[in-house]
Design a binder for this molecule. Structure first.
Ligand code: ATP
Length: 435
């Protein structure tokens, strides 16, 4: 993980937030390549749900929601973690359930200083704030701890205009906030993060079948974007891990440097959410089939993923070190569709008309894909930089280009270089990207 953190800082993917003030604990800012990478992760998610199928619609609800939402959802009462504090030297706070996983037997001890721990206290994870100028109880609102509730409260709105009937889904991606007791592991667990959530509404008797479907579908999404299969697993929750309303939950887990950890949860939530909002709002939340007159509250299958966690998993999985001709090379083997930059156009030397020709090729290429033009430093140094930001292809202009119009196309992973006419590079790379 230290290597990933260092690479992210060195190449401007992700760095500590408010660094000039000493940083804010477990809060991170995304730089240029980080923004592009996370954006690509989200785009692939959207594409798989919206462009590649026609039973899901998009939504972007506000972060601030009516406070009754959180009563209905159960977050106000139950969205808490068991907090214990070290009574020994270090006084640090921990999540009792996490400690229990690491210390399955006996009395829990502080992992930092081996001190005794306090009794667990339930700690609500929602960030509170106030709306308007008066900070009294009546003005209290919360930063959403998940995007899902924005979907449930809009169920009727969407049903009204989307011309869909169950089974159909509503997808939303956006910021969520949780006052986590023990954030950490870089961007794996932070207090401000982005979620990508789908609520898939189905007739009650189809819930199990759709739950099975989405488990496989979401697992496949990570594989298809290049994560090594042996680093992924789909873990079904035991009965004692399930929320009271859920009849099935499975986590897609990735083997991060700290061990297998959750990337995404897929839950069969029954009719819990819509029923609760119907109760608390007094508005009908059922679906009425106009053809048969049948009415029911749809059941919900929820695949809930984290955009930052997925970004971290893609980075960790892609990171590689190898020796090439006696020199060490760091290469980030991101799937081309996720790579922030698809191709770098590099003149071999900074003279003889090569930079000008390279710039022309770059201007053509960037009409069809994100590309970079780089003239700074030796060619080896420029390749290394592109390898570290995960650019899959390098297009090099050399003396031969000036004679016969061909360039070399370098592959990041195999290091193979092939010559081709400059005009063919764009179509060739576009075809490879679409493959
Ligand atoms: P955990 O047990 O790891 O805290 P959770 O089970 O509470 O996670 P969910 O409520 O199921 O998480 O949230 C769905 C997804 O949102 C998670 O799989 C994860 O990818 C992401 N996520 C949740 N909490 C955080 C966080 N604090 N930082 C980054 N991503 C998060």
């Amino acid at each position: 993980m230290e290597k990933i953190v260092a690479l992210c800082k060195r190449r401007g993917f992700i760095f500590q937030s408010s660094e000039i003030y000493g940083g804010l604990a477990s809060t991170y800012d995304y730089g240029h390549y980080g923004v592009l990478l996370k954006q690509n992760v989200k785009n692939e998610w959207w594409k798989s749900l919206i462009q590649e199928r026609d039973d899901i619609v998009a939504l972007d609800a506000a972060i601030l929601m009516h406070p009754r939402t959180w009563e209905a959802s159960g977050h106000l009462e139950g969205f808490s973690d068991p907090l214990v504090q070290c009574l020994g030297k270090c006084k640090r706070r921990w999540r009792a359930d996490h400690l229990r996983e690491a210390q399955p037997e006996g009395e829990l001890k502080c992992p930092e200083c081996d001190g005794d721990l306090s009794e667990p206290k339930q700690f609500n994870l929602m960030f509170e704030t106030h709306m308007g100028p008066v900070a009294d109880e009546g003005a209290k609102i919360y930063l959403r701890p998940e995007t899902a509730q924005g979907i449930f409260v809009n169920f009727k709105n969407v049903l009204g205009f989307a011309r869909k009937k169950p089974p159909f889904g509503i997808a939303q991606a956006g910021k969520s906030f949780r006052n986590e007791i023990t954030p950490g592991n870089f961007i794996f667990r932070t207090r401000e993060f982005e979620q990508m959530e789908l609520e898939f509404f189905v007739p009650p008797d189809e819930a199990e079948q759709w739950y099975r479907y989405w488990r496989e579908e979401r697992f496949g999404w990570y594989k298809q974007l290049g994560i090594r299969e042996e680093k992924l697993r789909l873990r079904d929750h035991d009965a004692d891990e399930l929320s009271h309303y859920s009849s099935g939950t499975a986590d897609v887990e990735y083997e991060f440097p700290m061990g297998f950890s959750e990337l995404e949860g897929i839950a069969n939530r029954g009719d819990f959410d819509l029923t609760r909002h119907q109760e608390f709002s007094g508005q009908k939340m059922d679906y009425v089939d106009t053809a048969t007159g049948e009415r029911y509250i749809p059941h919900v299958i929820e695949p809930s993923a984290g955009a930052d966690r997925a970004t971290l998993a893609f980075l960790v999985d892609a990171y590689d070190e190898e020796e090439v001709e006696g020199r060490e090379r760091v290469v980030v083997r991101l799937h081309p569709r996720l790579a922030p930059v698809k191709a770098a156009v590099l003149p071999l030397v900074n003279k003889d008309g090569q930079p000008e020709r390279a710039r022309e090729i770059y201007e053509e290429l960037r009409k069809v894909m994100p590309a970079e033009f780089d003239t700074g430093g030796s060619i080896g140094k420029r390749y290394r930089r592109q390898d570290e930001i995960g650019t899959p292809w390098g297009v090099t202009v050399d003396h031969q280009t000036m004679e016969d119009g061909t360039v070399t196309l370098r592959d990041r992973d195999t290091l193979e270089q092939v010559r081709m006419p400059a005009g063919e590079v764009g179509p060739e790379l576009a075809a490879r990207l679409a493959a």
